[in-house]
Design a protein around this ligand. Structure first.
Ligand SMILES: Nc1ncnc2c1ncn2[C@@H]1O[C@H](COP(=O)(O)OP(=O)(O)OP(=O)(O)O)[C@@H](O)[C@H]1O
Ligand SMILES: [Mg+2]
Length: 322
């Protein structure tokens, strides 16, 4: 089983309007509400693919019922930790022509008490689990020790750890030796600059630098260009690029979460990181196929296994000189 942690979930509100006129007031023609957050997407993708996952997140007391009902309807198992802080809102205003304008609140940092409860939930689930993921942002001003704390707790409980986080939260956690980190290209560059790297690294350089800073392996995703993996373990130095021959058009939001889900599922199946070029190549092939399949879905957190099966043989893998 895979535990997926979302430090900063959001209630995703979608307002439909005929068209936006700046400075004017608008009548909203329909509103939809959905439990949102990157770790929830990871759990949802794992559920679509038939893997066991449990989503763990702090959720404001007033929004708990909505989150529980929505996740139940999507058959995503969850352990939500009630919080006195209101859950942030992410508002998408969608015009009749399909253009979406987004407003994302930053979120309110949770108290130490809520994080203690979250860690208790993780410890309670750990005997049934083998992998833990942490995904997405933290509220502005949140303690930068939190991801490191969760990584250490998960390792003590015998879990492998996958981090899809960025900035100081990622760089603090690197020292705890997460098994795999998966920032996208921009997140990797921002995180490395907070480590004092002034230059903008290439994607392979960024993956290598994340491993040099403490991650056992790094997958840096690069949107339509696929991804780069670096894993330096004694005797098994692997650096690979994986991508589709042609990008797909669709909805790329949540593609990275599908990639995280795929990599976590591989860690669970193998009991540890892949070792050697061929096992990594197979894992990256699945990662690219799952994430590309997510692009074909209108909402984040879904993949169709038939799309994954169709895309899998088309993924191209290339060795990068170390
Ligand atoms: N247009 C596309 N066509 C095919 N595959 C794509 C496309 N966009 C993204 N992908 C796949 O999804 C992976 C993750 O994409 P990306 O780097 O954009 O993640 P991300 O920024 O973390 O996304 P998010 O945080 O919204 O989930 C890429 O490595 C690639 O395999
Ligand atoms: Mg992402």
């Amino acid at each position: 089983m895979i535990i997926t942690v979302t430090p900063n979930p959001a209630l995703d509100l979608t307002y439909a309007v005929p068209a936006i006129a700046l400075g004017e007031s608008h009548r909203v023609t329909s509103v939809t509400e959905r439990a949102g957050g990157k770790g929830l997407n990871v759990a949802s993708v794992l559920t679509s693919m038939g893997s066991g996952a449990v989503a763990v997140a702090p959720v404001g007391e007033l929004d708990l019922d909505l989150f529980r009902r929505d996740l139940d309807a999507r058959r995503v198992p969850h352990r939500l930790v009630p919080s006195p802080c209101p859950t942030r809102r992410s508002v998408a205003v969608v015009e009749a022509g399909g253009r979406a304008t987004l407003f994302n609140e930053a979120g309110v940092p949770e108290s130490k008490r809520v994080w203690d409860r979250l860690c208790e939930e993780i410890a309670a689930l750990a005997p049934e689990a083998s992998v833990l993921t942490v995904s997405g942002s933290f509220p502005t001003g949140a303690d930068t020790e939190l991801a490191r704390r969760v990584t250490l707790l998960a390792h003590e409980s015998g879990l492998r750890v996958v981090l899809d986080i960025s900035g100081p939260h990622l760089t603090r956690a690197l020292a705890a030796g997460p098994d795999l980190v998966k920032p996208n290209r921009v997140e990797a560059a921002v995180s490395l600059s907070s480590l004092g790297r002034g230059d903008v690294p290439s994607v392979p350089q960024a993956a290598r630098a994340l491993v040099a800073a403490g991650a056992r392996s790094a997958v840096v995703s690069d949107g339509t260009n696929g991804l780069v993996l670096v894993h330096d373990s004694l005797g098994h130095d692997v650096a690979l690029r994986a991508r589709l021959p042609r990008p797909l058009s669709g909805n790329p939001t949540g593609a990275g979460d599908a990639l995280t889900a795929s990599l976590a599922a591989d860690l669970e199946a193998g009991g540890d990181l892949p070792s050697g070029r061929d096992v990594w190549a197979a894992a990256l092939r699945r990662g690219v196929a799952w994430s590309a399949a997510a692009v074909l879905q209108p909402v984040a957190g879904a993949v169709d296994p038939a799309d994954v099966a169709r895309l899998l043989p088309t993924v191209e893998i290339e060795e990068i000189p170390l």
